[in-house]
Design a protein around this ligand. Structure first.
Ligand SMILES: [Zn+2]
Length: 171
C-alpha cells in the first residue's frame, strides 16, 4: 500500500494541530479527549480541508489515499497522516505506536466544537450538570462557545481504559 506524509513522524507535542476528513470523525473525537486540537467539519470537501490545513498549519488526518496523491502533500507543503485502519482502536494504535502521539485523557477540548475548555466554579456548574454529578464530582470544565460541561465521570474512566489498552502510559 502506498503511504504518504512520512514527514509527520514523531509527533509528541500537544501543540500539534490536526484536521480530520469525513472518514475519521470518531478518531477526531478521541484525539480531542486526549486534549488535541482536531478540527472536523463533517461535510468539508477535500479542497476545503486542504485550504483550512494550509491556512492554520494543521496536519491532515485522512483515510483517502487519492487526496494524498495531490502535489501539495507529495512535495511536503502540507503534512498528513494516512490512517490505515477501519477500527478506531487500530487507528489510535497507529498514531500512538507508529507516530509516538501521546494519548492521555485530558479535559482540555470541547468534544462538540473543539474549543479550549475553561474551568468552571462549582457555583456555576450547579445548574448545568445533573444533581448526582454535582454531588459526586469536584471539578468541572466548560466550553464558552457551546456551553457544554465536562467532568471526570465514568466516560472519562472508559477513555482512560481505551488509551491504556493500546499501551499509552498514563501521566
Ligand atoms: Zn463546545
Amino acid at each position: 500500500m502506498a503511504q504518504y506524509g512520512q514527514s509527520a513522524t514523531n509527533i509528541t507535542l500537544k501543540n500539534m494541530k490536526f484536521i480530520a476528513d469525513v472518514m475519521v470523525g470518531k478518531l477526531a473525537r478521541y484525539l480531542r479527549m486526549a486534549g488535541y486540537d482536531v478540527l472536523y467539519i463533517n461535510d468539508a470537501s477535500d479542497d476545503e480541508i486542504i485550504k483550512i490545513a494550509q491556512k492554520s498549519g494543521r496536519i491532515v488526518l485522512t483515510r483517502d489515499s487519492l487526496m494524498l496523491k495531490r502535489r501539495i502533500f507529495k512535495n511536503g507543503t502540507l503534512r498528513s497522516v494516512f490512517i490505515k485502519h477501519d477500527l478506531l482502536i487500530d487507528q489510535l494504535r497507529q498514531l500512538h505506536s507508529g507516530l509516538g502521539l501521546s494519548l492521555n485523557p485530558d479535559l482540555a477540548r470541547c468534544l462538540v466544537c473543539n474549543d479550549s475548555l475553561i474551568e468552571a466554579t462549582r457555583a456555576k456548574a450547579r445548574d448545568k450538570v445533573p444533581p448526582y454529578v454535582f454531588k459526586t464530582q469536584e471539578d468541572f470544565m466548560y466550553c464558552s462557545k457551546c456551553g457544554h460541561y465536562y467532568w471526570k465521570g465514568t466516560h472519562y474512566d472508559n477513555i482512560k481504559k481505551i488509551f491504556t489498552s493500546i499501551g499509552s502510559k498514563l501521566q
